[in-house]
Design a protein around this ligand. Structure first.
Ligand SMILES: O=C(O)CCC(=O)C(=O)O
Ligand SMILES: [Fe+2]
Length: 420
């Protein structure tokens, strides 16, 4: 089996569009991975950014530590080599995380305005905020080039989602409307509660290793964003995708293409019609490998169940109709249909805290404790059987262990409704 290459220019001609949509449907339903070519992102926008990558990763350690993720409550910034793990094993890569440059909206004392307002006291709103930018003197022009790339990919992601909607018979603009409600835009005004999406971009370096079985990144489904647009720089292979028959197939770089795959939220929202496919990267042995995944943003205060409610029955039934009782797939999806994972902001914050406990500990423990303190005794005990969560914020207390912290956050996030 091979990953299909879709020629997006066929969408422009009404005589070729139907075949493109059919191919997109088949690839999305059966594999969940496609290459796209003849997309709207100019070559120079890509080249300008990729030219910076070796220089960016060669910044001195002093600059890298100023840019360290520990300095940002928004989970942006630098992570050193092999600092992250997937499935308990070190990922042999280095990374800079960026996001759409946004103002901070989190306000622990926010008041919800009647009906349509947003409750910015929710912990997950703290994910939004500015980037940690390298010093302009160190990398002149980097920020401009990066922002151009971000904007081009943002545009591409909305164009592509429209094609997916049409391919699956999902009403046009369903996904866009979660960010920009239609009626409010059509009369020239944006709603008070309009918020631009926060996309995430990783700049990744997988240094060449002498270990041929090294894990660049372990097997995972993407849990950031609706869907991912991956640019593989150069010719170094390594990306592999798990097929339905449990075999790994390579997804080598193809010049001029992006690789597109879907995140857990999209899979859950379509009840599995769109697949979120497991993939991994092998660490390169000959040359360093660079790549740039762009994760299209999610509306944080939306619930998967709200999105599911906008999906036509025909989409929601699709996976079951074709795969009947193939249980593996159903079990996976049903995990995301579990109410505890329903709010997208909550599952995003959980994901970030789990992968960066140090950042969670530094920036979220106090807030989490405030939320937890307001819970009835019985619920507090349920969440943290070993210790009272209040004790974490006391001066002389030992810091929470990773497990305790995750429990604390689960409890705080799940219950972070307005405090009284
Ligand atoms: O580097 C790649 O090719 C893929 C990276 C990836 O899957 C991820 O960061 O989620
Ligand atoms: Fe991924």
């Amino acid at each position: 089996m091979e990953i299909p290459i879709l020629n997006l220019s066929l969408a422009k001609d009404p005589t070729t569009r139907p075949q493109l949509l059919k191919d997109l449907y088949d690839a999305t339903f059966n594999i969940g991975f496609v290459y796209i070519k003849n997309h709207s992102v100019p070559n120079f926008t890509i080249d300008n950014l990729t030219d910076f990558l070796p220089k960016l990763f060669d910044l001195p350690n002093s600059s890298k530590s100023t840019l360290s993720k520990i300095n940002s409550p928004h989970f942006v910034g630098y992570n050193g080599y092999a600092e992250e793990k997937t499935l308990g094993k070190q990922d042999l890569r280095e990374q800079f995380d960026f996001a759409t440059e946004l103002d901070v909206v989190y306000d622990e004392n926010a008041q919800v305005e009647g009906g349509s307002g947003r409750d910015f006291s929710k912990l997950y709103w703290r994910l939004r905020g500015p980037n940690l930018w390298p010093d302009e003197g160190d990398l002149p022009g980097f920020r401009r080039v990066f922002e151009e790339y971000h904007d081009a990919l943002s545009k591409l992601s909305f164009e592509f989602v429209e094609l997916v909607e049409e391919a699956f018979g999902i009403p046009k603009d369903t996904f866009k409307d979660f960010f920009v409600p239609k009626q409010q835009v059509s009369n020239g005004q944006k709603s008070k509660s309009y918020l631009p999406p926060q996309h995430r971009i990783k700049l990744l370096k997988y240094p060449a290793t002498s270990n041929p079985s090294g894990q660049g990144v372990g097997p995972h489904k993407d849990s950031s964003g609706w869907l991912t647009f991956l640019y593989q720089v150069g010719t170094e292979p390594g990306l592999e995708v798990l097929t339905k028959t449990n075999t790994w197939i390579p997804v080598p770089p193809i010049p001029g293409t992006f690789v597109v795959n879907f995140g857990n939220a999209f899979e859950a929202a379509t009840e599995g019609a769109v697949r979120a496919t497991v993939h991994k990267v092998k660490a390169p042995v000959e040359r360093d490998r660079y790549s740039i995944p762009f994760f299209m943003g999610l509306p944080l205060d939306l619930r998967v169940s709200d999105i599911r409610a906008c999906m036509p029955e025909s989409v929601r039934r699709k996976r079951g109709e074709v795969e009947g009782d193939s249980k593996g797939e159903e079990v996976e999806i049903s995990k995301f249909l579990d109410g505890r994972w329903d709010c997208l902001g909550e599952s995003q914050l959980r994901k970030w805290i789990r992968s960066h406990e140090d950042v969670g500990r530094k920036w979220y423990v106090d807030e989490a404790c405030i939320h937890v303190k307001s819970l009835p005794q019985r619920e507090r005990k349920l969440g943290c059987p070993s210790r009272h969560p209040e004790s974490f914020s006391q001066k002389d207390a030992s810091p929470p262990k990773p497990n305790e912290m995750i429990k604390l956050f689960d409890l705080a996030i799940l219950h972070s409704t307005k405090r009284v």
